[in-house]
Write a protein that binds this ligand. Structure first.
Ligand code: F6R
Length: 240
């Protein structure tokens, strides 16, 4: 495993941002796989700074997000689409036409998952950014997800709902369903960078890096990919 442990979340986020910046510098039309949640916020802030300082342009990059809550329109503040626009896209010069998001409000969720799957197979993600759930999920591939899983509608575990509840802006309850890229889709990326910070992630990081791959810890399936870089702060690495 390629694991980097840095003193704190700030340093870990800077290291992840640097990886994204080097990828896009080397290949301006790179396809980026992006995540939401608390963890990547500092990374995105650094990308915005780099654009503001004239160090990089994302105008030619294509993006695919990992997942989206079902039932929320892209204009709902708690949707991952709104998060992406707020935290990154609108401030970093991304081309609207090259941004691919899942429509959580689609009337036919299965058809929306199939549409996204068809788009994904037409691209190869150059760099996939991941966070990890306290239960080891990646994207919304909850425990029980196989390494062969593809884009689909899923039910969120109680643990994930509880972890995400404090992050909601307008909603009282976390939506129970989501559409997510599957583990096989994630493993199709050329390069994967997974960022974990804070003590709450220590156990799932330990299981992913120190135990045999198993569906009960979805991130453990990353072991089957030859180009994964784990970037951790000391708290998330503390059981290793
Ligand atoms: C978000 C996603 C999730 C998060 C994970 C960690 O798009 O796919 O897997 O990466 O739930 O979330 P935070 O960073 O909020 O702890």
């Amino acid at each position: 495993f390629n694991v980097t442990i840095l003193p704190n979340a700030e340093a870990a986020s800077a290291a992840v941002a640097d990886k994204i910046l080097s990828r896009v510098r080397a290949k301006p039309a790179a396809v980026l796989g992006l995540a939401t949640g608390q963890t990547p916020r500092r990374v995105y802030a650094k990308l915005i700074d780099a654009v503001a300082n004239g160090e990089i342009s994302f105008a030619h990059a294509t993006t695919f997000n990992l997942d989206e809550y079902c039932g929320l329109t892209c204009s709902h503040a708690d949707s991952f689409a709104a998060y992406m626009h707020r935290e990154l896209f609108d401030k970093a010069g991304f081309d609207q036409h090259k941004i691919n998001l899942i429509d959580g409000a689609a009337a036919d969720e299965k058809a929306e998952a199939d549409r996204y799957a068809r788009l994904l197979v037409q691209h190869t993600v150059d760099l996939q950014l991941l966070g990890i759930g306290t239960n080891g999920h990646i994207g919304f591939n909850e425990p029980g997800s196989s390494s062969m899983s593809r884009v689909r509608v899923v039910e969120l575990s109680e643990e994930t709902q509880a972890a995400n509840r404090p992050t909601l802006i307008e909603l009282d309850q976390v939506p129970r369903h989501a559409i997510t890229m599957g583990i096989a889709d994630i493993l199709d990326a050329r390069e994967i960078v997974i960022l974990a910070t804070g003590q709450a992630k220590a156990e799932s990081v330990y299981r992913s890096l120190r135990e045999a791959p198993d569906d009960t810890c979805p991130a453990s399936h990353l072991a089957g990919h030859g180009n994964v870089h784990w970037i951790l702060d000391e708290a998330a690495a503390n059981l290793l």
